[in-house]
Write a protein of this length. Sequence first.
Length: 242
Amino acid sequence: MFRHLVGLLFLLLPTSALAGECVVLLHGLARTDVSLAVMEHVLEREGYHVVSNDYPSTDLPIEPLLAYVGNAVAECDGERFHFVTHSMGGILVRGWLRDRHPKELGRTVMLAPPNHGSEVTDDYGDLAIYEYLNGPAGMQLGTDADSMPNRLPKADFELGIIAGDRTVNPILSTSFNGPNDGKVSVKSTRLDGMTDHLVVHATHTFIMNNPVVIAQTLTFLREGRFDHDMTLTEAITAIFPQ
């Protein structure tokens, strides 16, 4: 229902053609493709061929999940392709690109990625309820040196990262000593080799629906950088052009 309502809204908006380019969307841990529905429809309105599929984020460890990245890329049918990811989706991209660098690869935007793990996993990973909710992949997202994010290489591709610094969860926020989005610290989102980094006032859960985040994602996909002076009014205008 939500996806259809969003689609109807954006059908009323003008489009700008961008033929021959694809965007692969990868949702986060314990989420579905619906969480990226707004982003998907904005990108489609901009003319991108968008691939947004579910993957069983809580059923498998990270390594087997990498196959779902390759399956999604295959749906781009040889077009130049970009990635836009939320949370653990960024770790899947890093894992998939570890052993390959396709010539069709364009740019990547990661939203709230735990590039060095999450202190929440450190503090609560021993609880049975944590593993039940987050599965084996969630257990791999700690901050120790042997965690999956910390064993992956630095970025050797065009990468823009957007971090949030707002939280509505006072319990989980006690796991952090600095700015965080309730699940991931701003510091952990950074990655050596990244092209650009931006911090916005958004929470981990809803960062992908923030107007500034959506507009900045479009900017990075087009220009390979963020507009660090963008205002909320400018972002809304970019998403809802007259």
